[in-house]
Design a protein around this ligand. Structure first.
Ligand code: NAP
Length: 278
């Protein structure tokens, strides 16, 4: 019998709110593996020591959440090219020789959440409007580009950040002023909210949907609440919607596979267990 006990976890500061233990420990039980996934509260000045400790403690790796996703990159022996373009990692995998490899699975999670909702979804179906230009936007825009998006209208409250991303990523990303967010929805096939507006404790996103085609898919990176005011408004006028829970669940799958050797699925029991905590 294989007596290997595999451990992983998430480093963040604060980290108590993270839902990742629910997800990974569900899969550990489901696949009858010997292992555990824990919460690691790591203050920013301790990040280097904590990451080096992964190898010393024999952990399989860890996830990274706020505020460590960018700083952690400098401690890696190798960073996945996609994560380098995103400028952030959310997963570390300790290799057999102790080398630390960094990955970013947020874009994979986002694309998979769209496909779970609409199996025939295509990135090149028409113009895409992305609101926001922070960390989530970087992952979402790059993954949409790699998937063949032909036109991405990037709109952010601070125009300079949208312009900087458009300059960095090049065609097909074009920056628009925040004042153009309502009109820029004309002809769009996909609308994405990657701002924090509409999240629990934040005001709702200020965008009017009347220019948005009824055929457009509307997605929100936010998962607390599950249905943001944006998604409720889109659903009420007849648009298909995708919430941020699928992105969270799907980004966890490749990390679990790398640490535990099984590519897990998202089942109803897991979705129910998570939804209860939201
Ligand atoms: P971030 O880097 O801090 O970016 C925040 C974005 O929100 C910026 O574009 C910011 O615009 C915009 N914003 C803030 N206040 C605003 C306001 N009053 N009006 C308009 N825009 C405003 O955050 P992030 O990491 O990208 O996360 C963004 C959201 O995505 C969060 O709600 C987070 O929970 C969610 N998220 C979900 C997942 C998932 O797995 N589902 C993963 C990552 C993130 P400025 O540039 O003008 O400040």
């Amino acid at each position: 019998m294989d007596n290997t006990f595999i451990m992983a976890g998430v480093m963040g500061w604060p980290v108590a709110h993270s839902r990742s233990p629910i997800i990974h420990n569900h899969w550990i039980r489901q696949h009858q593996l010997r292992g555990a996934y824990g919460l690691f509260p790591v203050e920013p000045h301790n990040l280097g020591d904590a990451i080096r400790g992964l190898k010393a403690l024999g952990l399989a790796g860890c996830n990274l959440t706020i505020p460590h996703k960018v700083a952690a990159m400098s401690y890696m022996d190798w960073v996945q090219p996609l994560a380098q373009r995103m400028g952030a990692i959310n997963t570390i995998v300790v290799q057999a020789d102790g080398a630390l490899h960094g990955f970013n699975n947020d874009g994979f999670g986002y694309l998979q959440s769209l496909r779970d909702a609409q199996p025939h979804w295509r990135a090149d179906a028409g113009p895409i409007v992305v609101l926001g230009a922070g960390g989530a936007a970087r992952a979402i825009v790059l993954s949409l580009m790699d998937e063949g998006a032909t036109e991405i209208r990037l709109i952010n409250r601070t125009f300079g950040k949208a312009q900087a991303l458009a300059d960095e990523f090049g065609t097909p990303v074009q920056a628009f002023d925040w004042s153009e967010r309502h009109a820029a929805l004309a002809g769009a096939a996909l609308l994405v909210n990657s701002t924090n507006q509409g999240m629990h404790g934040q005001p709702e996103l200020d965008v009017q949907l009347h220019e948005l085609p009824m055929t457009a898919l509307v997605s929100d990176a936010i998962y607390v609440p599950l249905e943001t005011p944006l998604l409720a408004a889109a659903r009420q006028r007849g648009n298909a919607t995708v919430n941020g829970l699928g992105m969270l669940l799907n980004q966890a799958r490749p990390a679990f596979h790398a640490w535990f050797g099984v590519m897990p699925d998202i089942d109803d029991t897991l979705v129910k267990a998570l939804t209860k905590t939201l």
